[in-house]
Write a protein that binds this ligand. Structure first.
Ligand code: SF4
Length: 374
């Protein structure tokens, strides 16, 4: 059978023009030490397992866009668990040691625990287990936590934007109660899915009054609360700079009541700046994606639900790895393509946006967060 030659390059205008449009003529074995144009290694892989979600968060999947007529991907377009695992193993050979499953809402993907079991069997080239985690809105966590743990998931990150019922429901736009998310956190903790992080996206005028109540509530729990600056991901959330609450302002506000000290990062490339409470009980994280971009050590690749590789959260288009998977390419060929794409990577959108925020934010076409995961 003749092997199809798949064009690898899409319409991203910022790709280096020298990147060949077909499979590389010389195939290379992965070394586990690949670096991009800016010297950044490939350490993290985020895999979106569904583009669907049962919430309609205003900053991610606004109901006006993602309504009943919205065309989500058909099942045949999704990567199968075997395809995901095959790609993941190739990324691991290139140096990935952390895999995060995202969505949409990843717990909506049927039999997700089967995929987790398959991924948890992968080992890094030096024989270590992967840091296998998942980001969820928490709605199905109470029901699924035990099965996830049994399948080999290490920990979870839960999105929660407010404790106040009205604010939370206005943000998730799906009448989902806070109490169910909190119950999910408790069950996840009980079954040993930890450390658990709680992500709060702060949007000025929408949930910034919840900063202190969230800090107070989570201070005496086993969970690490992280405040995330509202970002201009995708094109459907109508982002404006004045809706961003800078992390410095969040820290200052919390300090008025709960004194804190900055703490060193756990590892190079950690997105959150860590702060520990002065009384030694609890810590928070500040993710300053807008005001203090961290592109300089961004080591994350993203795989969309239908198998496109994105080398930046703000990319306009991805590289179709599914086409390679489904056209009889060998592992070595696909691995060489991954290596080639990573080496050519020079994305640093947030750093550029920091210098010219509103100029960059609106006109460019960008992939939606609900499609690529956060
Ligand atoms: S903007 Fe792109 S390169 Fe910069 S931190 Fe975000 S994903 Fe990484």
């Amino acid at each position: 059978m003749t092997k199809k030659v798949i064009p690898l390059i899409d319409s991203r205008s910022f790709l280096p023009p020298s990147l060949p449009p077909t499979l590389p003529s010389i195939l290379e074995a992965p070394t586990g030490l690949i670096a991009d144009e800016l010297g950044r290694p490939l350490h993290d892989l985020r895999i979106s397992v569904t583009d669907r979600c049962n919430f309609r968060c205003v900053y991610c999947m606004p109901r006006a866009v993602f309504d009943k007529d919205y065309a989500f991907l058909p099942h045949t377009a999704l990567l199968s668990f075997e395809e995901i695992t095959r790609l993941a193993s190739l990324f691991v050979a290139h140096g990935v040691h952390k895999i995060r499953l995202t969505g949409g809402e990843p717990l909506l993907r049927k039999h997700i625990e089967t995929l987790i079991a398959m991924l948890s069997a992968l080992k890094t080239p030096d024989g270590k287990e992967l840091d296998l985690t998942l980001t969820t809105n928490g709605s199905l966590l109470a029901k699924k936590a035990q099965a996830l743990k049994d399948a080999g998931l290490k920990r979870v990150t839960v999105s929660l934007d407010a404790l106040d019922e009205n604010i939370f429901q206005r943000m998730n736009d799906a009448d989902f109660p806070v109490s169910e998310v909190l119950r999910g956190l408790d069950v996840a903790h009980q079954v040993g899915l930890g450390p658990i992080k709680v992500n709060m996206v702060v949007k000025r005028g929408v949930n910034d009054q919840e900063i202190l109540p969230m800090a107070r509530y989570f201070k005496n729990t086993p969970y690490i609360l992280r405040f995330i600056e509202y970002m201009d991901v995708g094109a459907s959330n109508g982002w404006k700079m004045d809706e961003v609450v800078p992390s410095a302002e969040v820290a200052q506000l919390i300090q008025t009541e709960l004194p804190m000290q900055p703490v060193a990062a756990n590892y190079l490339g950690e997105t959150a700046q860590r702060w520990r409470y002065a009384d030694g009980i609890g810590e928070i994280g500040l993710i300053s994606s807008v005001t203090q971009a961290f592109c300089h050590d961004c080591s994350r690749a993203r795989l969309s639900t239908e198998g496109k590789l994105y080398t930046c959260l703000f990319a306009s288009a991805g590289h179709d790895l599914r086409a390679l998977l489904r056209s009889e390419c060998s592992d070595q060929e696909i691995s060489s393509v991954i290596g080639q794409l990573w080496r050519a990577r020079d994305d640093r959108y947030s750093e550029l946006r920091t210098q010219n925020t509103e100029g960059l934010a609106s006109p460019r076409k960008k992939v939606e967060m609900s499609y690529i995961g956060g």
